[in-house]
Write a protein that binds this ligand. Structure first.
Ligand code: COA
Length: 146
């Protein structure tokens, strides 16, 4: 597995993975627009020429929001999401961001276990944040010194 910074060759496969993984997926056009977004930083895990997973973020004045993370069902439980989050945090440190914040569905046990393992703490909850189905979001954050 190799980690690459998002480029146009990844976009179609990421859009396909969004549709597989999420009930409210990002469109191919919105993913492509991240290529021109100076606030955005995405990493992609490649298994040969397949996108195995990806992580998307946006940073505003030293604070980063994770937009999404997903791993293709064929490649789960092999440490790819953990590698992606850790690689993102390593790169954000170099970019002088000091925290990573995300929302996760309250019922998404695999993702919550991932974030707990990687040192994220719950800082709040947004009532009925998600649609399809309606559900609360937990807000999690990881902070570090730079
Ligand atoms: N059940 C319980 N814990 C799980 C889990 C599962 N199904 N999947 C991951 N974890 C936790 C474990 O703590 C695991 O560490 P361990 O293997 O030492 O037990 C840790 O996360 C790292 O797992 P990893 O193999 O890196 O995760 P993954 O590559 O399979 O990807 C997701 C995890 C959540 C990204 C993946 O299941 C996915 O794409 N889900 C759909 C999209 C999604 O929900 N994204 C999160 C949006 S907030």
């Amino acid at each position: 597995m190799t980690i690459e910074i998002l480029n146009s060759s990844h976009v179609a496969q990421i859009a396909e993975l969004e549709r597989i993984c999420f009930s409210d997926p990002w469109s191919e056009r919105s993913i492509a627009s991240e290529l021109d977004n100076k606030l955005a930083y995405w990493l992609v895990a490649m298994e040969e020429d397949r996108v195995a997973g990806y992580i998307g973020s946006q940073t505003v004045v030293g604070e980063t929001d994770m937009m999404n993370v997903a791993v293709h069902p064929d490649f789960r439980r092999k440490g790819i999401a953990e590698t992606l989050v850790n690689a993102l945090v390593d790169d954000l440190k170099k970019m002088e961001s000091h925290c990573l914040t995300l929302e996760v569905r309250a019922s998404n046990a695999p993702a919550i276990a991932l974030y707990e393992k990687l040192g994220f703490s719950e800082i709040g909850r947004r009532k009925n944040y998600y649609r399809n189905p309606r559900e609360d979001a937990l807000i999690l954050r990881k902070e570090w010194g730079i």
